[in-house]
Design a protein around this ligand. Structure first.
Ligand code: SF4
Length: 211
């Protein structure tokens, strides 16, 4: 099996509830949407010539030796092999975290051991925060990028509210910009007044100059 993967390297998780964890980052080449502030624009186009075999990938992950694998992109769910890859990684003893814009889903995930994978859902303004609703019951964290577009109304949409109520909401100021840190504080105040809470978590890797 061949996978369109453009980067594999050891680092730390720079975002979300698992921030600071030592990981091996695996980046898929190709995303199904476009966000103007995307910080990995080189990974947006699908490219026929970017290929890694499953064997090569497993070999490299074993050599790096970290048990927490981050599958990111691009958009991992835009790659039909994602479900099978996740299954193989879990069988090989890895914990698989997947960062996704949530617009796509693969039914194979419904049969995988639930403790083996972790879904970080980050809906995007560029598609009006549209998601495939099947992802919601498998979502471990709801990471909202606080940019010019995000509003309280979006956060409290009926599809996101159950995740907010379970304390799974993270506000991530876009590119750690001060104006979006301030906007995050304002959103948290408004959420608290309604009886909800959220964590403000910046992008750690940008603060400490990691890729
Ligand atoms: S969904 Fe993610 S990878 Fe795709 S364009 Fe947006 S920020 Fe970039």
């Amino acid at each position: 099996m061949e996978l369109s993967i453009c980067e594999i390297y050891p680092t730390i998780q720079g975002e979300g509830f698992l921030i600071g964890s030592p990981i091996t980052l695996v980046r898929f080449q190709g995303c199904n949407i476009y966000c103007s502030w995307c910080d990995t624009k080189y990974a947006i186009p699908f490219k026929e010539n970017v290929k890694v075999s499953l064997e090569e990938l497993l070999e490299k992950l074993k050599w790096i030796g970290r048990k927490h694998i981050l599958l990111t992109g691009g958009e991992p769910f835009a790659h039909p092999q994602l479900g099978y890859l996740t299954e193989i990684l879990i069988e090989n003893g890895y914990f698989v975290q997947i960062e996704t814009n949530g617009t796509l889903w693969q039914e194979e995930f419904e049969k995988l051991p639930r403790k083996g994978f972790y879904i970080s859902l980050s809906p995007k303004a560029s598609v009006n925060y549209r998601i495939d609703s099947r992802i919601l019951s498998f979502t471990d964290e709801l990471k909202m990028v606080v940019d010019d577009k995000l509003t309280l109304e979006v956060i409290l949409r009926k599809e996101f509210l159950p995740l907010v109520e379970k304390g799974k909401l993270i506000l991530q100021p876009e590119s750690n910009k001060k104006k979006f840190v301030k906007k995050s504080f304002d959103l948290i105040d408004k959420l608290l007044k309604k009886g909800y809470t959220a964590r403000l978590i910046p992008q750690l890797h940008k603060l400490i100059d990691l890729p």
